[in-house]
Design a protein around this ligand. Structure first.
Ligand code: SAM
Ligand code: ZN
Ligand code: ZN
Ligand code: ZN
Length: 400
């Protein structure tokens, strides 16, 4: 007889806790006892993971998070650091999620023994439904053009840009930008190309640091956002709506540095783009690029797939690492994003072929500022995986 996945975890933090046998989801990675199974909300009738349910002793009702407003905050107990708290729609008080409620002795089955006997609110389903993963829509690379990539990013540009401030988003501000600035070195008085500049937050930072900046962006809508910002608050940045795979308007050997910030994994013809970047660099010029980490492209997997806890995710599912293809990924509020799956080595090979020598590689960790400013659960999550690569290459210096 297997023991309950969650009882085992609690026991590991409190040897006095009496664990129970598992009765639900038997044979899975996380078989569970009744206390740690799924409960039905009195408000909407939906069954959900016990940590997503809240008991109101005054109303004698069990609610899901959708019944009121929920806060996730620090609340150390057993092996946990945080819990959820529902502002109760019935009594106006705050009730903790059932995991924390059990610790406090405020679980409905602790407060009302007859409810425990009747197993009130317990969901009768014996197993979690594990549907086969949705078919990932694949796209035939041969049929794509930069115009398709433009259409896809233009559709997302305003939603994307809404998550930015003057320092970009969290990933840029707390992980990659500190490394990008270190790899670029001093840019004051230099010609710098922001290849695939989006709405231009980085172009603006570089201009504020004294660089003469050119931004090239393939998506019409991003280009419009960048030029509108330049029109209202000028920093002398020249923007072009074009593909970095074809930049005839930029002269050979006219830049001291090129940066491609989270761009190459979204570029269709990345080898030609890297060759164009090498062409416009001066001898000895530097090319710094950031891409999403090629080993963390997949999806999180968790033994209890219905758990709301991020720390219950056991690992990151990476698959098809060496497959080179195009496909859509879905994140946040964005429409599906069209991008490319390629092994990391392909980008390094493209640089080498274009005469750009590899000088440095970094996998940014959360910065000290991030450790201070982000919530504890984000700090812990940041320590689990590398999310980006940052690479510095150099064009051979002039000889003779
Ligand atoms: C993840 S976004 C990053 C944007 C910006 N660098 C940033 O960090 O905010 C990827 C960008 O690459 C651009 N892109 C894709 N293919 C491109 C190409 N061939 N030439 C120029 N930009 C391209 C997209 O339009 C999009 O703006
Ligand atoms: Zn249990
Ligand atoms: Zn509900
Ligand atoms: Zn209540």
């Amino acid at each position: 007889m297997s023991s309950c996945f969650y009882c085992d975890r609690i026991q590991s933090a409190d040897a006095a806790y009496t664990g129970r046998a598992a009765q639900y989801d038997l044979g899975s990675e996380a078989p569970r006892c009744a206390w740690h199974w799924r409960f039905i909300c009195d408000c909407c009738g939906a069954a959900g993971h016990y940590m997503t349910r809240f008991f109101c002793p005054r109303a004698g009702q069990l609610f899901c998070g959708a019944a009121g407003s929920v806060e996730y905050r620090a609340a150390p107990f057993w092996d946990r650091h945080e819990a959820w708290f529902l502002r109760c729609p019935a009594c106006g008080e705050e009730h903790a999620s059932l995991d924390r409620a059990e610790f406090e002795g405020a679980h409905p089955w602790q407060m009302a023994p007859d409810a425990r006997t009747e197993r009130r609110w317990l969901s009768p389903e014996p197993y979690l439904q594990r549907y086969p993963p949705a078919n990932v829509p694949t796209v035939r690379m041969e049929t794509l053009s930069d115009a398709d990539i433009d259409a896809n990013w233009s559709r997302n540009a305003d939603i994307w840009n809404a998550t930015y401030d003057s320092q970009g988003d969290r990933t840029r501000k707390y992980f990659s930008d500190p490394v990008v600035f270190a790899f670029l070195g001093d840019v004051a008085g230099q010609d710098v190309l922001d290849a695939g500049c989006g709405a231009g937050y980085l172009a603006r930072i570089l201009a504020q640091r004294g660089a003469r900046v050119v931004g090239v962006e393939n998506a019409r809508r991003f280009y419009e956002l960048a030029t509108a910002r330049e029109a209202s608050d000028a920093l002398g940045i020249a923007y072009y709506h074009a593909s970095i795979s074809n930049m005839p308007f930029l002269a050979d050997a006219s830049f001291d540095a090129v940066v491609a910030n989270f761009v190459l994994m979204d570029v269709l013809d990345y080898t030609t783009a890297v060759a164009e970047i090498a062409r416009v660099l001066r001898p000895g010029g530097r090319f710094v690029f950031v891409i999403t980490h090629t080993s963390t492209h997949g999806h999180w997997v968790a033994p209890a797939p219905d758990s709301p806890r991020r720390e219950d995710r056991s690992g990151w599912l990476e698959d098809r690492y060496f497959v080179r293809d195009a496909g859509y990924s879905q994140w946040g509020a964005l429409h599906p994003v069209l991008g490319f799956n390629r092994p990391f080595r392909d980008y390094i090979a493209a640089c080498r072929a274009a005469g750009l020598a590899l000088r440095d590689i970094e996998e940014p960790e959360l910065s000290a500022q991030g450790r201070r400013e982000l919530p504890p659960w984000d700090v812990r999550e940041a320590s689990r995986l590398a999310y980006n690569w940052v690479v510095r290459c150099e064009k051979a210096p002039a000889t003779g």
